[in-house]
Design a protein around this ligand. Structure first.
Ligand SMILES: NC(=O)c1ccc[n+]([C@@H]2O[C@H](COP(=O)([O-])OP(=O)(O)OC[C@H]3O[C@@H](n4cnc5c(N)ncnc54)[C@H](OP(=O)(O)O)[C@@H]3O)[C@@H](O)[C@H]2O)c1
Length: 333
């Protein structure tokens, strides 16, 4: 495994992190979840990403149990707050009340005294940014949170937060967690340049487009049994945006590129996001331990300009680049 700094902070993270959205407490039974976490640890992954909302709060519990007994100092545990965790008006968003209640519940479920990174899962248009940032800063002072980050915030929202933090002396945001893959490059024109200037690192999600960039979904054919595209518990709806013949046909054209490099398609996709120096880590998901073992081999792989050009030629117009695709619900979800 290779390691990178999380933005300009002193924290090092594994280039490949393990995330448990749609898997732990949902698509994947607890035994398989534990085997995936063990495979991640065996392969040198030290960074684990979850969220209060995953599997209706069950994902944090599964991860907490799977990591039990592992030396806490050898792990970086990341979680998030924003999406609803209950039926009430205050069971969501980035108010002082919800953040305070949610971190306490997350720490209980994860069986830890602190998380290494606490992330605002989306921007909350209904709460003053000062209130959110002051609350995060208080959590840092209380030792419950070591670093603060955001997810799917626009460049303007990140810039506003950094300005307030500098004026008020709060801890600065060190990371952003956006979707980023060969197919989804919407951060490149605005978020990455700002983040490079401000020392914010990207921890990117769905680097293999939820499995699509492995090439296992073939145009015009039923998805393989047991894959995310067949997961009625939620996965199939989430992956739907990529499940059309235009995308699946173009993705098949990446196969010879991966083969020429001796890489699996998943490794090529993960290596691709890691070529961007503003990316601190690529968070991969897995429904079985073999996938983790396949994916980690992307760490440290260098892709030359010719390979990057061949990828762009193969994918052509299906690549999404519009920065306006970074959005948060308005009003609050
Ligand atoms: N901040 C946010 O808003 C946000 C949103 C989404 C995700 N995330 C984070 O990012 C993490 C990763 O997201 P993701 O799960 O969509 O990422 P991904 O790595 O793009 O997709 C993972 C899925 O692809 C399939 N897969 C993985 N490796 C494979 C391989 N080698 N061969 C074949 N299939 C393979 C598996 O699904 P099947 O085996 O079921 O097909 C696996 O669950 C999440 O767990 C979460 O921590 C954050």
């Amino acid at each position: 495994m290779e390691f990178r700094h999380l933005g300009r902070s002193g924290l090092k993270v594994s280039e490949i992190s393990y995330g448990n959205w749609l898997t732990h407490g949902s698509q994947v039974e607890e035994d398989a979840a534990k085997q995936c976490v063990q495979a991640a640890l065996d392969e040198g992954i030290t960074t684990f990403d979850t969220a209060d909302v995953y599997a209706g709060t069950k994902a944090e519990e599964v991860l907490g149990r799977a990591l039990k007994g592992v030396r806490r100092e050898s792990l970086e545990i990341f979680t998030k707050v924003y999406w609803p965790t209950g039926p009430g008006q205050n069971d969501r968003g980035l108010s002082r009340k919800h953040i305070t209640e949610s971190i306490n519940a997350s720490l209980r479920r994860l069986q830890t005294d602190y998380v290494d990174l606490y992330q605002a899962h989306r921007f909350d248009h209904e709460t003053p940014l000062e209130e959110t940032l002051k609350t995060f800063d208080d959590l840092v002072r209380q030792g419950k949170v070591l670093y603060v980050g955001v997810s799917e915030w626009t460049a303007d929202q990140i810039a506003q937060a950094l300005k307030i933090a500098d004026e008020m002396g709060f801890d600065r945001i060190v990371s952003n967690q956006p979707q980023y893959s060969m197919l989804w490059r919407v951060i490149e024109s605005e978020i990455v340049p700002l983040s490079e200037k401000e020392g914010v690192g990207q921890i990117v999600w769905s680097p293999i487009a939820q499995g699509v960039l492995t090439g296992k979904y073939l145009p015009g054919q039923q998805p393989p049994e047991g894959s995310r595209a067949t997961d009625a518990a939620g996965g199939s709806a989430m992956i739907a945006r990529f499940m059309n013949d235009d995308v699946l046909t173009r993705v098949q054209e990446l196969k010879p590129i991966a083969a020429d490099l001796g890489l699996s398609m998943a490794q090529l996709a993960i290596a691709w996001v890691l070529q961007n120096p503003n990316v601190s880590s690529a968070i991969v998901g897995a429904s079985r331990p073999e996938q983790v073992r396949d994916n980690v081999k992307a760490a440290g792989v260098k892709l030359d300009q010719d390979v990057l050009r061949r990828i762009d030629d193969a994918l052509g117009p299906i690549v999404e680049r519009d920065p306006a695709k970074t959005t948060s619900p308005r009003p609050r979800a």
